[in-house]
Design a protein around this ligand. Structure first.
Ligand code: NAD
Length: 498
């Protein structure tokens, strides 16, 4: 098997050399004039250098994607696209262990999590879209209609939406790249993927696999990494980009929506969340407490759909807090390479400072720090943190923390629980626990959010749509809707022969 990451001397880490970390522009793997360092958040040590693309590089990538879209058969050759997606899937599987090592090192993803949502599960997205594409109807016959004495045949054809700028965050760098790349390529779009500056090496590895192991024509996929915000920003205003598919913070998403408005791009946004887990009065205390505690520590809280608010009946507040604190104390955190580690580090010192600042301000606003709230060195670790008696209008209950910090909020009656859950600018996810599924579902239907779990039910698969209400985003990824988001609808009318 060919190695995509030549190993560094002695430390076994991927390094930048002639082939390790290069941009992909117009089918060529390229160095950049400058590089920037990528580091291991579990140790703070530099892992390697990544090419620091410029706005001019972004322009070349968009030109290549435009040319590939307009001048090759990519957008119309369904068989070629199925074949390329299957090749890409095979390459990902062949190099899965190298990708795993890189994800662990660069994103601080615990090995355990790479066997789920960080790596093993998202690879399935590529084969899912390859098989969906084989059979998905791209036409819809609307039949005949009479108009001014003639019969008119009407139908719809769906075609690729064009050049896509795919911009991703750091927290699940493989999953969030594949959830855009796979459906965009299936639809016949061409793509410029710009990864997050905190996780460039793993993003570039995807480009290299596409370039070296698939028949994807030059320019169809371009991959950029950069330390400069202007590079992503340039993609969102470039007149030759048709679609912006962005995952990241709501603050950045807001800016992108207005930047892309100048050229009326199709904008798909997957943004932040502040989801609420509602514990009903007859819920199983153990199930709720375990789910809340281990849930908030998944990837050290750096996941958009986590339930970071726990809503409990006021009468049960103290017993829930005591039990959740006990489970938080059992969360194994530390070296993400250790298979027994459940929680790794935060991505950077900057993120750790942000999380710590929010915890301090929550206490200033009246919440009680039950456990956690400590930085652990070396690396950017932050201990599992529980805040009780939280005011639903306070910053910690309203703003996304992106750290292992759970806010417990007491409520008085079901209507109050629903009101507090909906008291948020976000609407990404949520959960309810109770003895009766029907009662739980009645609550779930009142929450304005894009995904919902009842009594621990999982809604997160390749074929299940994912996305947000309100300021959590626009559009849906995964499933059939993920493909439809990269298609345009063209409607035909032809006068039928008399
Ligand atoms: P971020 O918004 O800081 O950055 C995301 C990406 O946008 C990066 O590649 C960044 O370089 C780029 N970017 C920054 N400014 C830009 C600009 N002006 N124009 C174009 N691109 C720009 O997010 P982050 O800190 O990397 O990730 C964390 C955020 O992502 C959290 O808010 C989280 O909720 C969100 N997220 C959402 C989902 C979802 O599916 N809804 C999934 C994962 C993460």
């Amino acid at each position: 098997m060919r190695m995509i990451f030549p190993q560094g001397e002695g430390n076994g880490m991927p390094i930048r050399d002639g082939g390790a970390a290069r941009l992909l522009i117009d089918g060529r793997l390229e160095e950049a004039e400058r590089t920037f360092g990528s580091s291991d958040p579990a140790t703070g040590e530099v892992l390697g250098e990544a090419p620091d693309a410029t706005v001019a590089d972004a322009g070349r990538a968009v030109a290549a994607a435009r040319r590939a879209f307009d001048e090759t058969g990519w957008a119309t050759d369904r068989d070629l696209r199925v074949r390329c997606l299957e090749q890409f899937h095979r390459a990902l599987v062949e190099h899965q262990e190298e990708l795993r090592d890189l994800l662990i090192a660069e994103a601080g993803a615990p090995r355990m999590l790479t066997h789920g949502a960080q790596l093993d599960e998202p690879l399935d997205l590529v084969s899912y879209y390859a098989s969906l594409l084989r059979d998905h109807p791209l036409t819809e016959d609307l039949g005949y209609a009479e108009y001014q004495g003639q019969r008119h045949h009407r139908w719809v054809e769906k075609e690729a939406a064009g050049v896509v700028a795919a911009i991703t965050p750091y927290n699940f760098p493989v999953q969030l790249a594949l959830v855009k790349l796979a459906p965009a390529l299936a639809a016949g779009c061409t793509v410029v993927l710009k990864g997050a500056p905190d996780t460039p090496l793993v993003t570039l590895a995807l480009g290299r696999l596409l370039a070296e192991h698939t028949d994807v024509p030059a320019g169809v996929v371009n991959v950029l990494t950069s330390s400069r915000v202007e590079v992503g920003a340039a993609l969102t205003t470039h007149p030759e980009v048709d679609v912006v598919s962005f995952t990241g913070s709501s603050a950045t998403g807001r800016g992108i929506l207005s930047a892309a408005g100048g050229t009326i791009k199709r904008v798909r946004l997957e943004l932040g969340g502040k989801s609420a887990l509602i514990m009903l009065d007859d819920a199983d205390l153990r199930a709720v407490s375990m789910n809340a505690a281990f849930g908030i520590c998944l990837h050290a809280g750096q996941a958009c759909a986590l339930n970071s608010r726990l809503l409990v009946p006021r009468a049960r507040h103290d017993e829930v807090v005591e039990r959740v604190a006990r489970y938080l104390g059992k969360v194994a955190y530390g070296d993400p390479r250790d298979p027994k580690t459940y929680m790794g580090p935060l991505i950077s010192e900057r993120q750790r400072e942000k999380v710590d600042g929010m915890v301090r301000r929550a206490v200033d606003e009246g919440a009680k720090l039950v456990t956690g709230g400590e930085k652990v060195d070396p690396g950017f670790f932050y201990t599992p943190t529980l805040l009780s008696g939280v005011d639903p209008d306070s910053e910690i209950a309203q703003e996304e923390v992106f750290g292992p910090v759970l806010a417990v909020i007491p409520y008085d009656g079901e209507d109050d629980a629903v009101r507090i859950a909906n008291n948020s600018a976000y609407g990404l996810s949520g959960a309810v626990y109770g003895a009766d599924d029907e009662r739980c579902l009645a609550i779930a239907r009142r929450i304005r959010t894009g995904t919902y779990s009842v009594n621990g039910g999982n809604y997160f698969f390749s074929d299940t749509p994912f996305g947000g209400f309100k300021q959590s985003g626009i559009g849906r990824e995964k499933g059939v809707s993920g493909l439809e988001d990269f298609l345009e609808i063209k409607t035909f009318g032809v006068v039928a022969p008399a």
